[in-house]
Write a protein that binds this ligand. Structure first.
Ligand code: KG4
Ligand code: ZN
Length: 340
């Protein structure tokens, strides 16, 4: 089959966003997301509620993705879906839907690793966004993951560092909870951080061997610090919120950058890409730009809509696998702890 006229539907349902996207060759025609608001009041994702919401959302989201792409399902060449990692109940909804649709349409099914999706999102054809050359380092930073991955080719990836406890987005969200901010707290902490003094308060960075990360100690340090200060001054948080946010952000970005610098030195790779919700963060974006000047890095930051969980990144992996004739069998199952 000619590689010039391939339509693939990508489906993502690994956490709390139900998403579908149509890709035509390397270009995204539609990228639809139904974000689940229901979790906000709980301050985090409730797995059972997430899978129920996926069940309600998946049919209309796929319909919309096809309509926006202006194609019918009979034009699709394959269905790509997130197999894992993620919440099992959520993954099951996307997996069974994708399997049935591919079976019904009699077209190939393509399983996608969500983490590879975050990384390969850089290969979506998008004006103004360069694709990183191989080999490059990818740092995936979100509410569910924190990894440094050496990418030697599309499907030749090695995790060289990862968190041993919380993900970096969790560190943001849990800090926000301590400060009484809404969920997810990352964007608000980032906004306030830009108005505050990053050196107002000091938090110790964790000592973790090699290229691994740890964020749970920082969360506890912030909690104890706030409890202590609020005892002395009940208005401490309101009076110093921007400075607190700036200091937390400064520490978190410092932790990420320290490891990235070591990773680049160790591997001698200077092409650095980021992905995941936290790559929207102004602190990490500025730090990477600084890295270009200081260490001669070339850095790659995806378009905002491809940083948070989305189906376009699943569709691009689907397209790359389609070109390789790398298809899944109908008896494939979801895998909550799927590795890269
Ligand atoms: O990739 P994503 O949408 O979903 C997961 O796979 O987790 O990432 C969501 C995470 C949340 O923890 C949120 O607080 C964080 O990304 N986040 C940010 C920013 N925007 C989103 N963290 C820091 N600064 C931001 N600007
Ligand atoms: Zn993700």
């Amino acid at each position: 089959m000619s590689s010039q006229n391939i339509y693939i539907l990508g489906i993502e349902s690994s956490c709390d966003d139900t998403a579908a996207s149509v890709i035509h060759n390397g270009k995204i025609l539609s990228n639809v997301i139904a974000s689940q608001k229901i979790h906000e009041e709980f301050g985090g994702v409730v797995p059972e509620l997430a899978s129920r919401a996926h069940q309600q959302n998946i049919v209309p989201v796929v319909h919309q993705a096809l309509a926006k792409a202006n194609i019918t399902k009979s034009q699709l060449n394959a269905i790509a879906f997130t197999r894992g990692p993620g919440l099992m109940g959520s993954l099951l909804v996307g997996t069974s839907f994708a399997k049935s649709l591919a079976y019904g349409l009699n077209i190939p099914l393509i399983d996608v690793n969500h983490m590879q999706g975050h990384i390969l999102a850089h290969f979506i054809d998008e004006e103004g966004f360069d694709k990183p050359p191989f080999p490059f380092l990818a740092m995936t930073i979100s509410g569910g993951h924190t990894q440094i991955v050496q990418v030697d080719n599309y499907f030749d990836m090695t995790v060289i560092g990862e968190t041993i406890d919380d993900a970096v987005g969790e560190a943001y969200d849990k800090s926000g909870k301590i400060l009484g901010l809404g969920y997810p707290a990352g964007p608000e902490i980032d906004k306030r951080a830009q108005l505050g003094n990053p050196k107002a308060f000091q938090f110790t960075k964790p000592k973790v061997d090699g290229l691994n990360f740890s964020f749970s100690g920082l969360k506890t340090a912030i909690l104890y610090f706030i409890q202590k200060e609020v005892k002395k001054n009940p208005n401490f948080i309101e009076e110093h919120l921007n400075d607190i946010c700036a200091s937390i952000q400064y520490t978190i970005i410092g932790i990420l950058m320290d490891k990235l610098k070591v990773a680049s030195k160790q591997t001698n790779i200077k092409h650095i890409a980021i992905g995941g919700g936290v790559s929207a963060n102004s602190g990490i974006r500025n730090a990477l730009k600084l890295g270009e000047q200081k260490f001669g890095w070339s850095t790659y930051i995806p378009k905002f809509e491809f940083t948070t969980d989305n189906a376009a990144m699943i569709a691009i992996v689907g397209y790359l696998k389609f070109l390789d004739d790398d298809f899944a069998e109908q008896n494939i199952t979801a895998s909550a702890r799927l590795k890269i």
